[in-house]
Design a protein around this ligand. Structure first.
Ligand SMILES: C[C@H](O)[C@H](C)C(=O)SCCNC(=O)CCNC(=O)[C@H](O)C(C)(C)COP(=O)([O-])OP(=O)([O-])OC[C@H]1O[C@@H](n2cnc3c(N)ncnc32)[C@H](O)[C@@H]1OP(=O)([O-])[O-]
Length: 718
C-alpha cells in the first residue's frame, strides 16, 4: 500500500505502508505507480514527498515474492517514472533504505535522512545484485570506488557516512519529514533535469581495471566462489564505461543469471532461517510466544580468560552492567586491563558513547553477585571445577537468578545437578571471539525451564547475536558435527593426503579457512584437552590401548603426536603448517616426512586422494551427524543446524548450510556416497548413513522446510 495525502504548500505526500519494513511488494508497487501518477498529474501539486510508515523508509523488494512467479508492475520503469517527474520528488529516509528501497530513493531528486538511518544496497547478501538501477545510479552519484565498495559488500552505511559520500543531501537529528517538506517547498518549480542521476556520468579513476581487479581479489579472499559479488563488479564496470541505458541492460542480464542460481536460493534461505531461529519452541509447548523472559538488569561473568573477556565486552556493549569475577589478583588485573582496552577499541570502532556502555566492575568476591539477575560461568573446561562454582553460586545468588555456563560441550544437566535451582541452569555457548562471533547456542538440559530458555534467547537478541536453542549432548550441535568432519581430515592425511590439499578443497568450497589452518589458528591444544577429558588420549587412556583404535572404532593419534611434540599451531610457530612469518601458513617439509614415517610405522599404503573424496568425506560425515542430531531431537529443525553452521562455523552463506547443501546436492547421492565410504572404512561407524537420511530419501527427498514435520514424529530432547 502507499497512502496519498495533500498538505499545505502544494505538497503531495506518498507514504509506503507495508509493515514491518515497507517491502516493495506487488501491491505496494501498484500503489506507488498510482499515487505518483496522481501527484504528477495534479496541477496544484508542486512537489512530492515520498516516505515510509512506522519510521522505516523501505526494506527493498519483497524477498518473499522471489520464490513465487513475479506479478505486478516492475520496479525499473516505476523508478524511471519518478526520476522523469518534472516536479521534485524528495525521499525521506528514516530507519532503513536497503536494496530496492535505496534504489527507489536514488530515483528521487533529493534524499533527506534522519541521523539514525542506515542505507545500503544489500542485494549481494541475498546472492543478487541491485537490479532497479542501483548499480548504474549509485556510481553516477558518488563515484565508482565508493559505489563499488557499497555494492560488492552490501554493508549498511550510516546516515553520517551517507551524507559525507553524497548519497543523501541532508541529515537531521529532528524530524526528517518536516525537514523534507520544507525542503520540497524550496525546490518546487526548479528544473529537475540536473537531478536525474541517469543523465550523470560516473566519476571513475584513471586505472579502472586495477580498481576492479583489486575488488575481485578482495572478493576471492572474503567469499571464495560466491557469484553475486563478481557480477556486481561487472555491473559497476558497465556504469563506468557505458551509457545509462546500456548499463541498465547489463544490470538486468546479470540479475537474470543470479536470480535463478542455487547460491541466491541458499542465501535467501539463510536470511529467513536466521530470523526463524528466534521463534523457538520446545515439545513441552513452551515457545517464544508464550514464555516471558526475565529482565536482565545486571549480569556477572565468572572467569576472564579468552571467552570471559569477550562475553563481558558483549554485555557491556549492550548496556548491561557487569560484575567480572576472577580467583586471583594477577588474573583479575590482567583481565581488567584487557577488557578495558577491548571496550575502548569497540566504542571507537562503533562510535559508541561511553554513556551507552554498561559499567564493568572487577572483583575476587563472589558475594558481590547477590543482586545479579544472570551469571555466565566461563572458566576452564573442567566438570569438577564448574560444579564447584555452580554450588557456590547457588548459595550467594538470588533464588531467581539465572545461572548460565559457557561450556562448549560438557553435560549441562550434570553441571545443573550442583545447583540448588537446576531449572534455572542453561547453556549459553558463545564462540570465539565472543564479542565478534554472532552465534549463541542456548543449550537446554532436561530440567532447564522455559523461562530460562526465554531469558537466554532474549539476551542473545540484546547482544545482537543469533540465538539457537539446542538440546544437551556432548558437543551440543556445532561441535558434535565438527568431530566426524575433523576425524575424516585426520584419516585423509593417514591415507596419503597433505594438509594443504585438504584445506584447498575446503577453501575452494567456500570456507574462509580449511580445517588444518583453523586448528593451527585456535591451537591444537584445544582439541587435545577435550580428547584427554574424554579419555581418548593422555593419562585417562588405559595402558596397552591400540594406537589407532578406541572402543573398536578407528582413531587417529596424529594430532596427539603433534601436540606431544610441542606443535600446537600458530602460537608455537608450528602445527600442521610452518609459521615462519606470523600467521602465514606454509607447508612444512618436516610434516611430510613425519606422515611418511607414520604411515610406514602403521603399515598404511599411501595413495593419491582425489578432491571429490576429500570434500565428500569431510562434509558428508558432518551432514550425517546432523541427521543423527535431528533424529535425536537435539536440534528442532535442519534450518537451526544451518543457522548454527553459517553464523558460527564459517559455512559459506552461498551454500546455505550443511543440511540445505545436502538437499541441493541430492540426498540419494549423499546416502550413496556414505554407504560407499562406510563399506570402504567399516571401522568408522559414523560413516554409516543415519536412519533419518534413509527415511528422507525413501520419502522422495522432500525440500528442507518439510523435514521438521517428519522429524517431530521422532522424540525431541528440547
Ligand atoms: C530490486 C532490488 O534490487 C533487489 C532485488 C532487492 O531489493 S532485494 C531486498 C534487499 N533488501 C534487504 O536486503 C533488506 C533485508 N532486510 C533486512 O536487512 C532487515 O530485515 C531490516 C530491514 C534491517 C530490518 O531488520 P529488523 O531486525 O528490524 O527486522 P527483521 O527481523 O530482520 O525483519 C522483520 C520481518 O520483516 C521481514 N523482512 C525484512 N526485509 C524484508 C524484505 N525485503 N522482503 C520481505 N520480508 C522482509 C523479515 O523476514 C521479518 O519477518 P518475520 O521473520 O517477522 O516473519
Amino acid at each position: 500500500m502507499a497512502l496519498y495525502r495533500r498538505i499545505p504548500g502544494a505538497i503531495a505526500v506518498i507514504t509506503l505502508t507495508n509493515p514491518p519494513v515497507n517491502a516493495l511488494s506487488c501491491t505496494v508497487r501498484e500503489a506507488i505507480y498510482e499515487t505518483v501518477k496522481r501527484a504528477t498529474a495534479d496541477q496544484e501539486v508542486k512537489a512530492i514527498v515520498l516516505c515510509g510508515a512506522n519510521g522505516k523508509f523501505c526494506g527493498g523488494a519483497d524477498i518473499k515474492e522471489f520464490s513465487r512467479e513475479m506479478r505486478g508492475p516492475p520496479l525499473v520503469p516505476m523508478i524511471d517514472m519518478i526520476e522523469e517527474s518534472e516536479k521534485p520528488v524528495v525521499a525521506v529516509i528514516e530507519g532503513v533504505a536497503f536494496g530496492g528501497g535505496l534504489e527507489l530513493a536514488l530515483g528521487c531528486h533529493y534524499r533527506i535522512a534522519h541521523s539514525g538511518a542506515q542505507v545500503g544496497l544489500t542485494e549481494v547478501t541475498l546472492g543478487l545484485l541491485p537490479a532497479a538501477g542501483g548499480t548504474q545510479r549509485l556510481p553516477r552519484l558518488i563515484g565508482v570506488p565508493a559505489a563499488l565498495d557499497i555494492i560488492t559488500t552490501g554493508r549498511h552505511v550510516s546516515a553520517q557516512e551517507a551524507v559525507r559520500l553524497g548519497i543523501v543531501d541532508k541529515v537531521t537529528d529532528s524530524s526528517a519529514m518536516e525537514e523534507a517538506i520544507e525542503f520540497a517547498k524550496t525546490v518546487a518549480g526548479e528544473p529537475m533535469g540536473p537531478r536525474r542521476l541517469s543523465l550523470w556520468t560516473a566519476a571513475c579513476p584513471e586505472d579502472l581495471d586495477s580498481l576492479l581487479e583489486g575488488a575481485l581479489v578482495r572478493i576471492r579472499q572474503r567469499s571464495r566462489g560466491a557469484l553475486a559479488p563478481v557480477a556486481c563488479v561487472q555491473a559497476v564496470r558497465a556504469a563506468a564505461s557505458l551509457p545509462f541505458a546500456q548499463g541498465m541492460k547489463k544490470e538486468q542480464e546479470l540479475m537474470a543469471y543470479l536470480f535463478t542460481s542455487g547460491q541466491a536460493r541458499a542465501m535467501q534461505y539463510c536470511f529467513f532461517t536466521q530470523r526463524a531461529a528466534a521463534r523457538w519452541t520446545t515439545p513441552s509447548g513452551a515457545s517464544w510466544e508464550n514464555t516471558k523472559a526475565r529482565p536482565v538488569r545486571q549480569a556477572a561473568v565468572i572467569g576472564l580468560g579468552t571467552m570471559g573477556k569477550g562475553i563481558a565486552v558483549s554485555l557491556s556493549r549492550a548496556g548491561i552492567p557487569v560484575i567480572a569475577v576472577e580467583t586471583e589478583q594477577k588474573r583479575l588485573k590482567a583481565g581488567r586491563k584487557a577488557v578495558n582496552s577491548m571496550l575502548t577499541r569497540e566504542s571507537q570502532k562503533r562510535g559508541l558513547a561511553e554513556a551507552h556502555l554498561g559499567s564493568i566492575s572487577f572483583t575476587l568476591d563472589l558475594r558481590k553477585l547477590r543482586d545479579t539477575d544472570l551469571v555466565i560461568e566461563a572458566v576452564f573446561e573442567d566438570m569438577a571445577l564448574k560444579k564447584q562454582i555452580f554450588s557456590k553460586l547457588s548459595s550467594v545468588c538470588r533464588p531467581d537468578a539465572l545461572l548460565c555456563t559457557n561450556t562448549s560441550g560438557l553435560n549441562i544437566d550434570e553441571i545443573a545437578s550442583a545447583a540448588s535451582r537446576p531449572e534455572l541452569v542453561v547453556g549459553t555457548h558463545f564462540f570465539a571471539p565472543a564479542h565478534v562471533m554472532k552465534l549463541l547456542e542456548v543449550v537446554c538440559g532436561p530440567r532447564t525451564s522455559p523461562v530460562a530458555v526465554a531469558t537466554a534467547m532474549q539476551l542473545a537478541k540484546r547482544l545482537e547475536k543469533i540465538g539457537v536453542v539446542v538440546g544437551n549432548c556432548s558437543g551440543f550441535v556445532g561441535n558434535r558435527m565438527m568431530r566426524p568432519y575433523t576425524e575424516q581430515a585426520y584419516y585423509l592425511l593417514e591415507e596419503g593426503a597433505r594438509p594443504e590439499e585438504v584445506d584447498l578443497v575446503l577453501e575452494e568450497f567456500g570456507f574462509a579457512m580449511g580445517i588444518f589452518r583453523v586448528m593451527d589458528l585456535s591451537g591444537l591444544d584445544v582439541g587435545w584437552r577435550s580428547r584427554k577429558e574424554l579419555g581418548l588420549t593422555g593419562p585417562k587412556l588405559p595402558p596397552g590401548t591400540e594406537a589407532r583404535s578406541r572402543g573398536g572404532k578407528r582413531y587417529s593419534p596424529l594430532p596427539d603426536i603433534l601436540c606431544e611434540s610441542g606443535r600446537l599451531g600458530q602460537k608455537t610457530g608450528r602445527g600442521w603448517y610452518l609459521y615462519e612469518k606470523e600467521r602465514v601458513a606454509t607447508p612444512d617439509p618436516w610434516l611430510q616426512s613425519f606422515l611418511e614415517d607414520y604411515r610406514s610405522r602403521f603399515g598404511i599404503q599411501s595413495r593419491r586422494v582425489g578432491q571429490d573424496e576429500i570434500l565428500e568425506r569431510c562434509l558428508y560425515s558432518l551432514i550425517n551427524e546432523g541427521f543423527r542430531i535431528l533424529q535425536e531431537g537435539i536440534a528442532a529443525s535442519p534450518e537451526d543446524i544451518d543457522v548454527i553452521y553459517v553464523s558460527g562455523y564459517g559455512w559459506p552463506r552461498h551454500r546455505g548450510g550443511p543440511m540445505f547443501y545436502a538437499w541441493m546436492v541430492g540426498l540419494p547421492k549423499v546416502l550413496d556416497k556414505l554407504e560407499h565410504y562406510h563399506r570402504t572404512h567399516p571401522d568408522i561407524p559414523n560413516l554409516a548413513p543415519s536412519s533419518m537420511l534413509r527415511k528422507l530419501v525413501a520419502r522422495g527427498s522432500p525440500p528442507v522446510h518439510q523435514w521438521r514435520a517428519l522429524i517431530q514424529q521422532h522424540s525431541s530432547q528440547l
